[in-house]
Design a protein around this ligand. Structure first.
Ligand code: AMP
Length: 308
């Protein structure tokens, strides 16, 4: 049994109101796998990197408990590069640069050692690559979770809708949910998106928490109110990693367990934003994570006696 994660392993350059970085380690699969590996010990990544990607970063992932046999290196190519700038409210950002580089021609090959995949996380990358990975697995995983973003809605909407018919859970942010459904109301958007394929939909709302939709049920998890938000990059991916890592660990895909998984995802994401890039995740220990999950419980727990 294992959790396979497909997504970008990348260089990011980030600017926030609190500072600026040169090229640092980033990418959807990087954040997802590092977060998931805090909770589950069989985490395997599929991605592509160029000859410019330092070996130390692969060692770092391995030290975090992430298996990297499925990360293909193209020595003559350049690694995917993304650059973004955040505004003062930190919930909105501008993408300044997206250089696909080696991602443009990536033809994923799932290693035989990944054939025991029970949980599949399709992190943000080209929808046609997400589909190729699903089709290469000998047995359909117990759960397929997919993430995507507006970039792919703008450049590959048909492929994206095709992959949507093959997955169980979709995680996107509120702006993307509106773009995908053409609806402003998130409740109407959810209804439309649930008719496109996925049985569960998670809408991430940055520091306003996350909503889980399934059939006619809705669950809401807040985000932890934090004193310092330094860099939101990767928060959504870290959330997804915590979510699917928890499901793989507990091996229970019921709606009730997904509620718990969302709290773990939110707790995990609350650390990611406290430092630049993957720094906070690298340092995160399980005890600290469980303490924050506990804080989440007190944040939302209240007693009330209702009388007419
Ligand atoms: P998040 O902040 O969770 O939305 O994820 C940010 C991460 O997504 C960064 O580390 C980027 O490298 C990666 N990323 C940005 N744009 C794309 C894209 N079009 N496809 C795949 N990954 C991307």
């Amino acid at each position: 049994m294992s959790l396979v994660i497909v997504g970008t392993v990348a260089f990011d350059a980030i600017e926030t109101p609190f500072g600026k970085t040169d090229k640092i380690l980033g990418g959807a699969a990087t954040f997802i796998s590092m977060a998931a590996a805090k909770l589950y010990d069989q985490v395997k990544v599929i991605s592509v990197i160029g000859g410019d990607f330092p070996d130390e970063y692969i060692t770092l992932l391995n030290d975090q408990g992430v298996q990297t046999e499925g990360i293909k290196k193209i020595p003559e190519g350049k690694t995917f590069f993304w650059s973004g700038k955040y505004h003062i409210d930190m919930n909105t950002r501008d993408t300044l640069i997206t250089e696909l580089n080696v991602l443009a021609d990536f033809d994923p090959q799932v290693p035989a050692s990944y054939n025991d995949c029970t949980y599949l996380m399709l992190g943000n990358l080209t929808p046609s690559i997400q589909k190729k990975v699903i089709n290469q697995l000998p047995v359909r995983p117990k759960l397929i979770v997919m993430d995507t973003m507006n970039f792919w809605m703008n450049t590959a909407m048909d492929d994206l809708k095709d992959v949507l018919t093959m997955v169980d859970v979709l995680t996107i942010n509120d702006e993307e949910a509106r773009q995908l459904s053409n609806e402003y109301s998130l409740v109407k958007a959810a209804r439309k998106i649930l008719s496109m394929g996925p049985k569960f939909l998670i809408i991430k709302k940055g520091d306003h928490g996350a909503l889980l939709f399934h059939e006619d049920k809705v669950f809401f998890a807040p985000a932890m109110p934090l004193e310092e938000v330094f860099d939101p990059t990767g928060a959504g991916d870290t959330f997804a990693g915590g979510f699917i890592g928890f499901l793989a660990k507990t091996d229970d895909i019921s709606f009730d367990n997904m509620k718990r998984a969302i709290i773990f995802g939110s707790a995990m994401a609350s650390f990611a934003v406290e430092k630049f890039g993957t720094e906070a995740l690298q340092e995160l220990k399980n005890g600290t994570l469980y303490n924050r999950v506990q804080q989440f419980l007190s944040l939302v727990k209240f007693d009330i006696i209702l009388s007419e």
